[in-house]
Design a protein around this ligand. Structure first.
Ligand SMILES: [Zn+2]
Length: 466
């Protein structure tokens, strides 16, 4: 009954092909949350796919209707061993992004697991079925080895993440007691490098909005009216040019973060941000004097996602009436999400662009979250991963992308530690999504070691309350 025995157990689970078998079964559920016709698959996934397995591990499982009408159900499972033991909450999402079936290469199919060399192809292998399967199997290995976990465990699996997690915040608010825990330990997203474990403790926030210049009714002949009518595209271009300078450095004062402390800088030092299949980083883009890691994980970035005036596919000789840009700010902690658009309004007005309208997007914002790299839970998890893998993990204060982590960090008030099991070349959200077998095998071992250590009673103790 040792740590190594639990790790050997889960290694055997992988090496005998059982991980592949179980992943194939989960991938076969066509759980596209963006496709309303697949709604019954979401419930089937939670019930037949997940709850059946968790019940066999001694979990009580309940599948809740989503508080938002039409959104997918949410599974809440609990294995309670003793009120005096720590409680771990873990999270995953059973839904996948649109399958894009006709775009996968020959021999592959989104809902069939295909093994080719070191790769396991299938929709959801990386995002997120493979990741929560790894965590469940690692819990199982500890149970099989120790006869108990040594801690209480709660599992939350939602089925709407790919549509912005509708109802998740309301659900967490309503189920606060059922979700109470000492820490969130969950898995999503990629490792920085496939061969090195990664941890991150939050995510950048994201807010999308439109800038619209709408000057008059209809377009007017550019010969007769050029020089007489203001051009909305030019006004919009100049307004955008006040938001950043020519190399993308943000000029809206409230949008410039003050949270890139020495401590965060030290945490980001030497972390690899590029490489793999991605394009090379533009060294002369973004905030001057910051390293690429600081720009991606420690700073805010503004992007124009799309813009239009007239009809680009069929231009005519006319001054357009209207121009529109869909924009996005990705932001780190310290930037107040509710203050982002009011700050932009003041900034545009101050530069004489009162005619540029700001239209908030209905799907709202992701808040930014982060945990200090020296938080006791961060140090504990890092020590455990280091013991299993023999090398220190990459530790990010937060992910550059966005996650519904605010539900756990802010609403539930938990320290949040994410251990991602995918890699950056995994084609998540694209055809040919896959995971790497060696990363999955390694991840199973890391998580078995981590869950073993938590049950060993060495994890951080919650502050004593009166
Ligand atoms: Zn996704």
């Amino acid at each position: 009954m040792t740590r190594n025995a639990a790790i050997d157990h889960v290694t055997g689970y992988f090496d005998t092909g059982r991980f592949e078998e179980e992943l194939a079964a989960l991938v076969a559920y066509e759980t596209e949350s963006q496709n309303p016709a697949q709604a019954p698959e979401l419930a089937r996934y939670l019930d037949a796919g997940i709850a059946t397995r968790l019940r066999a591990m001694g979990f009580d499982c309940r599948i809740h209707a989503n508080p938002v009408a039409g959104a997918g159900p949410i599974l809440l499972a609990e294995r309670r061993e003793d009120d005096d033991l720590p409680t771990i909450l873990t999270y995953g999402h059973g839904d996948v992004i649109r399958a894009q079936t006709d775009q996968w290469r020959d021999g592959l199919h989104p809902f069939r697991l295909v093994a080719e060399g070191v790769r396991l192809y299938g929709r959801g292998t990386a995002d997120n079925k493979g990741q929560h399967l790894i965590n469940m199997a690692a819990l199982d290995a500890v149970l099989e080895t120790r006869g108990k976990l040594g801690f209480n465990c709660r599992v939350l699996i939602e089925t709407g993440e790919e549509t912005g997690s509708p109802g998740l915040a309301a659900f967490a608010e309503a189920q606060k007691g059922e979700l109470a825990a000492d820490v969130l330990i969950a898995s999503d997203g990629p490792r920085l490098e496939p061969g090195t474990p990664t941890m991150f403790m939050g995510a950048r926030g994201a807010l999308s909005f439109d800038l619209v210049v709408d000057l008059r009714e209809g377009a007017h002949h550019s010969g007769n009216w050029g020089g007489l009518l203001a051009d909305p595209a030019m006004i919009l271009a100049h307004a955008l040019a006040t938001i950043t300078d020519a190399r993308g450095q943000i000029r809206v004062p409230e949008w410039r973060p003050d949270s890139l402390t020495e401590e965060v800088r030290a945490a980001l030092r030497d972390l690899p941000v590029a490489g793999g299949d991605g394009p090379p980083v533009d060294e002369d883009w973004g905030e001057e004097g910051l390293t690429p890691a600081e720009r991606a994980f420690g700073w805010n970035s503004f992007a124009v996602l799309a813009m239009t005036s007239g009809v680009p596919e069929a231009p005519v000789n006319a001054i357009a009436a209207r121009a529109r840009a869909t924009c996005q700010l990705r932001f780190v902690v310290g930037t107040d999400a509710d203050g982002i658009l009011p700050a932009l309004r003041r900034h545009l007005d101050a530069h004489g662009f009162g005619m540029v309208e700001i239209v908030a997007k209905e799907d709202g914002a992701f808040q930014a979250t982060r945990l200090a790299p020296d938080h006791p839970w961060v140090e504990f998890v890092a020590r455990s991963l280091t013991e299993t893998s023999g090398a220190a993990p990459h530790i990010l204060p937060n992910l550059a992308g966005s996650l519904p982590n605010e539900v756990f960090a802010d609403s539930l008030g938990l320290p949040t530690v994410w251990v991602p099991h995918s890699y950056r070349g995994c084609s998540q959200h694209a055809p040919n999504e896959h995971v790497l077998k060696p990363v999955c095998r390694d991840a199973l071992r890391l998580m078995a070691g981590l869950f073993w250590d938590i049950g060993d009673g060495k994890c951080p103790k919650p502050p004593l309350t009166a």
